[in-house]
Design a protein around this ligand. Structure first.
Ligand SMILES: [Zn+2]
Length: 268
């Protein structure tokens, strides 16, 4: 009887240990989930990051324009296509949501980029929301990255394409490494404090020419303090530009070259 008592006591102890371990495991899973949620919330807590005009600056400060595409800020290719997961905030109405999706679909017919609705399996993705103005990061960032399309003011086909091109790794036309061959920057006409928008970057131009019809080209009077042009075309000083309604042939060619979209259909 004594032995039986001891056996029962040992069994009860086993059960207790098992229950404790399960509790600990459950707590661990819960804690990890909570930690993940907290870190996600923290990432999205900053509604408007530091901006250089419409380009958001990552906290790490290690990346700038196009050169990052040589160091891993391109979106990865899987088979023949580059899948870019996205999600659209409930800030937008169904009509606005459809407008953004239609803008993304424009890339599908012209490039090997495929915007796919984000699932839990996707670590890196684009989150469209209606923030303060229209802005985007340049290239793929780690984890979710935002593109702000303010409801009143950014829902234009050209703006959606412009901000998405930033996220794919492209910079403004007037900061290209070879821009001095094509344009004069009139610093004397630029508003004080806005000169940085014209800083030249070591971009990879992918063998495409400077394009005044690019959706990434600024207005020739961008950031003007006196109504006079800030960017002047060397080929024709009276040329007015920066009003593209959609991606130009060169904008599309650049996407296809950067992401090596070899399908004949996409080659421009
Ligand atoms: Zn921009």
């Amino acid at each position: 009887a004594k032995l039986l008592k001891i056996q029962v006591a040992l069994f009860a102890l086993d059960v207790w240990f098992a229950a404790e371990r399960t509790k600990q495991l459950l707590c661990y899973v819960k804690c990890r989930k909570r930690m993940k949620m907290v870190s996600r919330l923290m990432r999205f807590a900053v509604e408007t990051p530091e901006l250089l005009d419409d380009i958001a600056i990552p906290d790490t400060r290690t990346r700038n324009a196009d050169p990052c595409t040589a160091k891993g800020c391109k979106w990865p290719k899987s088979g023949c296509f580059v899948n870019v997961p996205y999600e659209i905030s409930s800030d937008f109405s169904q009509t606005q949501r459809k407008f953004i999706i239609d803008g993304l679909k424009r890339f599908h017919g012209l490039t090997c980029i495929r915007f796919v609705p984000r699932t839990f399996r996707h670590r890196d993705y684009i989150h469209f929301f209606s923030g303060n103005g229209c802005w985007s990061y340049i290239g793929r960032q780690d984890g979710g990255q935002k593109i702000s399309l303010q409801k009143n003011g950014c829902l234009y086909g050209s703006t959606v394409q412009h901000e998405v091109l930033h996220a794919l790794g492209f910079n403004h036309e007037q900061v290209r490494s070879d821009r001095d061959k094509y344009v004069w920057i009139r610093y004397q006409n630029i508003k004080k404090g806005k000169e940085h928008n014209f800083d030249k970057k070591q971009t990879n131009n992918l063998g495409t020419p400077y394009d005044f019809t690019s959706v990434m080209e600024y207005d020739n009077k961008a950031f003007s303090k006196n109504g006079k042009p800030t960017i002047v075309a060397k080929c024709n000083p009276n040329l007015k530009f920066g009003h593209a309604k959609q991606m130009s042939v060169n904008d599309i060619a650049r996407v296809n070259k950067l992401y090596k979209c070899y399908n004949q259909k996409f080659m421009v």
